[in-house]
Design a protein around this ligand. Structure first.
Ligand SMILES: [Mn+2]
Length: 230
């Protein structure tokens, strides 16, 4: 008997996984497997340049806890947190300078991924760079600092995974909604917008491992189009 390569009815674990695929996570949310696999080698030097000018750092959240994920930004605006709250800022509080410009290759990737997911005209002005070391995690949260005073959530979030694999948790618009778990690999991109834009999401604690290009680390680039900052 000849078995269809992608017929996984009888044993999902044994079915070969295509290198690229479109996987719906929820209405408005799409995982583009391997979307940036070919471009990944070019993205990493661009990211390294950004981090020379705006180093990774562990931010404090309101309440005083320190995040396990190290962060930086590029683009006109960067997401920052301190004991007084979360916000977007045009300057890096660590250096007092504007954030490094968003490299063209990153901007183009984000626009292409958004288009692929059905969101034309995405033009991000903020790219948050998150570095996860083994054990680092991101608790369930919504991305809602982008809407500004007008509460404009018409633009999607584009999230690029590089380095070690991680498990992405994706829920609904209320914290108590059940979450589903999605393994993310180097080169995967998740786009969520429309009815999924304010979905709660997070990342399970990163497992130990070593990635050929990035070492014991997962780097997540998330692109946002932030409404005017007050
Ligand atoms: Mn988020």
């Amino acid at each position: 008997m000849t078995r269809d390569l992608f017929d996984d009815d009888d044993n999902a674990d044994a079915a070969p996984q295509p290198a690229t695929a479109r996987v719906p996570l929820a209405p408005g949310a799409l995982l583009l497997r391997g979307f940036t696999l070919d471009a990944a080698a070019g993205l990493m030097p661009a990211g390294e340049q950004v981090l020379l000018a705006a180093p990774l750092r562990h931010l404090q959240v309101p309440g005083g806890r320190t995040m396990s994920v190290a962060m930086s930004n590029c683009g006109a605006l960067g997401w920052v947190s301190d004991p007084s709250g979360y916000r977007y800022s045009a300057t890096d509080p660590l250096t007092g300078r504007p954030w490094p410009a968003m490299p063209d290759c990153l901007q183009a990737l984000a626009t292409q991924a958004a288009r692929e997911a059905g969101f034309d005209g995405f033009s991000p002005n903020a790219c948050l760079i998150n570095s996860y070391r083994p054990g680092a995690r991101m608790g369930l949260h919504q991305d809602r600092d982008e809407g500004g005073k007008s509460g404009d959530f018409s633009r999607p979030i584009v999230s690029v995974s590089l380095g070690l694999p991680a498990v992405f948790l994706f829920g609904g618009p209320e914290r108590q909604h059940k979450t589903t778990r999605w393994p993310l690999q180097h080169g995967d991109v998740v786009v969520w917008g429309g009815p999924a834009r304010l979905a709660f999401h997070g990342v399970a604690p990163l497992k130990e491992g070593e990635h050929a290009a990035l070492g014991a680390q997962r780097v997540n680039l998330t692109f946002r189009q932030v409404a005017a900052v007050a």
